[in-house]
Design a binder for this molecule. Structure first.
Ligand SMILES: Cc1cc2nc3c(=O)[nH]c(=O)nc-3n(C[C@H](O)[C@H](O)[C@H](O)COP(=O)(O)OP(=O)(O)OC[C@H]3O[C@@H](n4cnc5c(N)ncnc54)[C@H](O)[C@@H]3O)c2cc1C
Length: 502
């Protein structure tokens, strides 16, 4: 006979874990979250240094406007009322070596006009691009990621009907394939830069959906930044009666008769519950906390072959200068390539946060440079603290020199310097190889997401579920929150209970 599932242990107080905890509480489960760090949020975080706040995650959040379908999740979690949102006019500016610039405006008409001015010879393709953007204004992500039964599949099918043609048309097209059709090298090189760190087979559909959402103000930046957002979610969870234990690293998922029954923490204490849900890194959950005992070929194939999101270095600067007149993100070529860690870089992307008054004192700015990094290099450096420190200092010095060439005099106005490496991500969130967003998003994974997705359970193990960015590829805050919601809905469904959202 099945146990009555009343108590739930959740591993990880990232967005997925916190969201799952909220819905567990709303549905009458007694839940506890164990989190290894001292604060909530996981990757969705920011950190304060001498009056500046350096943000490590959200540049844009989906579902910010009530007319967007996924807004429902933020409403249910109580995260939107009173939260100001900044909507970008221009998301990123791409400059070429010849000095020409492609501004990725979020208004579709303005973007179309700008592209036509830049390259009249590409008119046909620009019109096709703009028409696709307009079509994608009708395409919405569903709230329920995995429909529970035939009725929900039917409902989802009906809701997705306006999206059918654009999705079928674009689902297999990569940004690079599309961009390669432009005759103008500025557009050809610039469009794939809309998403930094995108793999070569990054889906064009995601670019179309994102610009369309930005156009409709369904995606924007939440003022206050990532940690404030996560802290509000943690507050909501505790207000619903949930408990979070910080500095509580789970080292083992306890299993009896192939059923997960609790967790063991690093301090040796054991905690039991009817269900265990891991919102932590997928690799460590499956291969460390469960010792690799509940895997099949499919899971091995994921972890052996699917590309993981890149590892990053983030260089953050607090500067005594006002950057508000600059584009919020600028991708510019370097006069000479620089080596950061062990990777050569020919251009940098610099972002500022002047649209958020909570990030820097008045008249001052936060600048942030995110660059691709090699996890293995930084892991090897970490073995020698003095080498690691020196390597970080060298990265900061190189970035500052490059920025000073671009913005003469900047060096003298820098008040704070901070460098985060893949080891920083790993240390504070335990994400596999310091990955910043779970799996890399490719056209193949996009197709998986639109079907049944990745399994949230493991073969042969009962009473156990996985949520978050390692089972919902896409690496974004809204998906992680929706994944926490989905699993509680499934659990309620399996127990024959109605699902409550408030
Ligand atoms: C540089 C960067 C830019 C980004 N930009 C955006 C953006 O613009 N928009 C957007 O929507 N998303 C963005 N993201 C992605 C987004 O932040 C993540 O996809 C999302 O926060 C992942 O949430 P999660 O809960 O699934 O996982 P995580 O945040 O990884 O949460 C996992 C939690 O589990 C904890 N944990 C792990 N192992 C254990 C253990 N053994 N015991 C106890 N606790 C454990 C971790 O400490 C962590 O708190 C960005 C991320 C980065 C890094």
């Amino acid at each position: 006979m099945e146990l009555r599932t009343e108590s739930v242990i959740i591993i990880g107080a990232g967005i997925a874990g916190l969201s799952c905890g909220c819905y567990a509480q709303m549905n009458g489960y007694r839940s506890r979250i164990f989190e290894l760090h001292t604060i909530p949020g996981g990757l969705c975080t920011s950190w304060r240094r001498k009056g500046y706040v350096f943000d490590g995650s959200i540049r844009y959040l989906t579902g910010t406007h009530p007319h967007s379908r996924v807004h429902q999740v933020w409403e249910e979690l109580g995260l939107m009322p009173g939260r100001p949102i900044h909507y970008y006019d221009e998301f990123i500016r791409f400059e070429r070596t010849d000095g020409r610039a492609f501004c990725l405006y979020t208004d579709i008409d303005r973007l179309e006009e700008h592209m036509l001015t830049l390259s009249p010879q590409d008119e046909g393709l620009i019109r096709e691009f703009a028409a696709a953007l307009r079509q994608f204004r009708d395409v919405e992500m569903p709230v329920d990621l995995t429909p529970a039964d035939a009725r929900e599949w039917r409902q989802m099918g009906q809701e997705m009907l306006p999206a059918l043609w654009p999705v079928l048309r674009w689902r297999g097209v990569t940004v690079r394939e599309f961009a390669a059709r432009f005759r103008d090298p500025l557009l050809r090189e610039g469009l794939p830069e809309f998403f930094q760190f995108s793999p070569p087979d990054f889906p064009m559909m995601l670019v179309l959906m994102t610009i369309a959402m930005m156009h409709d103000h369904e995606a924007g930046y939440p003022i206050g930044g990532s940690l404030a957002f996560a802290q509000d979610l943690a507050r909501r969870y505790t207000a619903l009666g949930g408990e979070i234990q910080y500095r509580a690293r789970v080292t083992e998922i306890l299993v009896e008769d192939d059923r997960a029954v609790g967790v063991r923490l690093a301090d040796g204490s054991e905690h039991r519950a009817d269900l265990v849900i891991s919102a932590a890194d997928g690799h460590s959950t499956i291969f460390d906390l469960l010792g690799g005992r509940y895997v099949n070929d499919t899971i091995h194939a994921y972890y052996d072959h699917l590309p993981v999101a890149k590892s990053l270095i983030q260089v953050s600067l607090g500067v005594n200068a006002d950057f508000s007149a600059e584009p919020p993100s600028l991708s510019f070529p370097l006069p000479r390539p620089i080596v950061l860690g062990n990777i050569w870089h020919h251009r940098l992307v610099v972002k500022h946060y002047c649209f958020d008054p909570t990030m820097a004192p008045p008249g001052k700015s936060v600048l942030s440079v995110w660059c691709e990094a090699d996890y293995d290099y930084w892991r090897a450096m970490r073995a020698h603290p003095e080498h690691y420190r020196a390597a970080k200092e060298l990265v900061a010095a190189q970035v500052i020199t490059a920025l000073d060439e671009r913005y003469p005099g900047l060096r003298d106005r820098i008040e704070v310097v901070d460098v985060a490496t893949p080891i920083t991500y790993e240390r504070y969130t335990a994400n596999w190889r310091g990955a910043f967003a779970g799996w890399a998003l490719t056209t193949r994974k996009m197709s998986m997401m639109m079907g049944r997705g990745m399994s949230k359970t493991l073969p042969g193990l009962r009473g156990f579920y996985m949520i978050g960015q390692w089972v919902e590829p896409g690496g974004n805050v809204e998906l992680s929150a929706a994944s926490g919601r989905d699993i509680i809905k499934d659990i309620c469904g399996a127990a024959g209970k109605p699902f409550h959202t408030g």
